[in-house]
Design a protein around this ligand. Structure first.
Ligand SMILES: [Zn+2]
Length: 583
């Protein structure tokens, strides 16, 4: 009796917690679930016990906990790790990251495409991370430092040129400072923007510096965006790049080759961002050519790996476009700097704009921009992709016959050309809504080839958003349901991937590539970032008309041991961490 009392006292001494915790063995138990541990191993049955932030036991767990989740008929895997996300740019506004949580994401890599929120003039990289920590977030954030951000800080608005040796030194100092404060590596965005004017030598110099700290290289390569060429740096903007005209067609290939060249010269671990087909084949052509292009793209990566270079890539496994619906009249000019004059009219008065659109002078002026190769619609440059009219679809129009039809189909019906059809439709119904419904770079024959590759990972390329959008224009359904779509489509329907392989690509592989320790695999000692889903029902539910819809089948999400999502509702908890890289 006395000995028992002594033992109890000892117990109290060694577990300095509140009395309610002492009575329980664990904080959370997930009971009798199908476990997919993230390593690629086949599913097995078992329980998972969590104490504090970590998994402490797996298998046949005895004991009790205040929270017991019945995992029978459910599948439990590590929470998804999104290797390409821009949530850091909106996380202070939406710290709950609800659109990411509802699709099972528990960690995102931020700072992609060359853009990170820091360093800024009055905000160092470390200051920014502490600011996010103080604000508290729901999921984990692993940061990259962006080359565009550093280049703009060093060169100001005078970035439309090569950097001097002194400027490159300053960028290296900023990169080193970010690495010392927890960045996992650096990203570049070599499409129009400050990074576009950097040559390979500049990227190599920074990569060498980042590699010293054990960081990795995450390039949004040159030519990813569909664009047209100019030789005047002043003209460079969204849709127009500075370089040889043939790069409009072979730029994607050259961009990948350059990224691999940086990796070869510096031996830095390299993850190519949002990989597409490197080879553009003018239409019309059979689908088999797209498939061949995808295989040839893989050869680029595979031969680099055969040389011993650590190259991986992420891909948005979605053949639709990651931008959303837009007003057709707005879409006609919003992405083209050369049509800024139309924008000025539209901003003043939509009525004026429509009145002018009826005139031949106005139409001729827009057409001359189009013919001069200065028109970009959505993600598509109309000269680089001469069959752009196949990728745009009307989803809402007074003329119901047009709904669901592409611009090419409507032009044919009207016996006119695509641009004239657009002019006429806008005049007939200024409230017509359209979408770029296909990404020609991610053809249905291309995605399966790329996503199946063992070193390929799915990503969303989205940002943090609220559960219900106030303005649901320009948001793709992927922002809310990319991962459930990935499982539904490539595991359940197409059988391209086994479930355990699909989970590995979305968990332990990105953890390894980013350099995250203790995450991405379910095992005792790892952080309890966990997703529990219903394999039978998992699917996305949003579409281009209503993108902000909760996926079905995502049942529970835990981050660092805390339940942040249940009954298809965010619990409001913010256990997410800013994860810092350490060697
Ligand atoms: Zn990008």
């Amino acid at each position: 009796m006395q000995g028992g009392f002594l033992l109890f006292l000892l117990f109290l001494l060694f577990i300095p917690c509140t009395s309610t915790v002492i009575l329980e063995d664990y904080d959370v138990i997930i009971k009798s679930t199908t476990i997919i541990d993230g390593t690629g191993k086949a599913p097995f049955k078992g329980d998972i016990a969590i104490r504090g932030e970590k998994i402490v036991a797996m298998g046949n767990v005895k004991g009790n906990a205040p929270v017991v989740i019945d995992g029978l008929n459910l599948t439990t895997c590590p929470g998804f790790i999104d290797p390409h996300n821009h949530a850091d740019l909106s996380i202070m506004k939406y710290p709950l990251c609800e659109n990411l949580v509802m699709q099972g994401i528990t960690t995102f890599l931020g700072g992609n495409c060359g853009d990170s929120p820091a360093p800024q003039k009055y905000k160092k990289f470390g200051d920014w991370l502490r600011e996010v920590e103080k604000a508290e977030i729901s999921i984990n954030y692993a940061p990259l430092v962006g080359h565009n951000t550093m280049r703009r800080l060093v060169m100001g608005d005078d970035y439309r040129r090569r950097a001097t040796a002194g400027e490159i030194e300053k960028m290296k100092e900023l990169a080193a400072e970010a690495m010392e404060n927890g960045a996992f590596g650096f990203s570049v965005g070599l499409d129009p923007g400050p990074g576009h004017f950097a040559d390979t030598e500049e990227i190599v110099a920074i990569a060498k510096e980042v590699k010293k700290y054990g960081g990795f290289f995450d390039p949004h390569t040159r030519g990813v965006q569909s664009q047209w060429a100019t030789d005047d740096p002043k003209e460079v903007n969204y849709g127009v790049f500075c370089g040889p005209v043939e790069d409009a067609f072979v730029g994607m290939y050259r961009g990948y080759a350059e990224a691999i060249e940086v990796a070869r010269r510096t031996r830095i671990r390299t993850n190519i961002a949002h990989m597409d087909n490197a080879y553009m084949v003018p239409q019309p052509h059979p689908d088999s050519l797209e498939k061949a292009g995808a295989h040839a793209t893989l050869n680029l990566v595979e031969s680099a790996r055969a040389e011993g270079i650590d190259v991986t890539f992420d891909i948005i496994p979605y053949e639709g476009n990651i931008s959303g619906k837009e007003w057709m009249y707005w879409g006609l000019f919003s992405k083209s700097p050369a049509l800024n004059w139309v924008y000025q009219i539209a901003k003043r008065s939509k009525k004026d704009y429509i009145a002018q659109l009826k005139t031949k002078e106005f139409r001729d002026k827009v057409r001359s921009t189009y013919e001069a190769g200065r028109l970009k619609l959505g993600m598509i440059h109309t000269k680089a992709w001469p069959y752009w009219m196949n990728y745009f679809k009307i989803i809402s129009c007074k003329n119901k016959e047009y709904e669901g039809k592409t611009i090419a189909e409507i032009a044919k019906l009207r016996n006119t050309d695509a641009l004239e059809a657009i002019f006429d439709i806008i005049v007939e119904d200024p409230d017509t809504i359209w979408i770029q419904h296909l990404d020609p770079r991610l053809h249905p024959e291309v995605i399966p080839v790329l996503i199946k590759y063992p070193y390929a990972m799915p990503c969303t390329d989205t940002r943090a958003l609220p559960p219900e959008l106030e303005d649901d224009f320009d948001v793709s359904p992927t922002a809310y349901g990319l991962y459930p779509q990935y499982i539904r489509r490539y595991v359940k329907e197409c059988s391209i991937l086994s479930l355990e392989e699909a989970v590995r690509k979305a968990t332990s592989l990105p953890a390894r590539v980013i350099g995250l320790k203790d995450r991405g695999i379910l095992k005792a000692g790892n952080f309890a970032d966990i997703l529990i889903f219903d394999y039978e029902s998992i699917k996305e539910t949003g579409d281009y008309i209503n993108p902000d819809q909760r996926p079905v089948g995502i049942e529970f999400v835990l981050v660092n041991g805390t339940l942040i999502y249940k009954n298809r509702t965010h619990t409001g908890r913010k256990p997410g961490k800013v994860i810092r890289h350490s060697r």
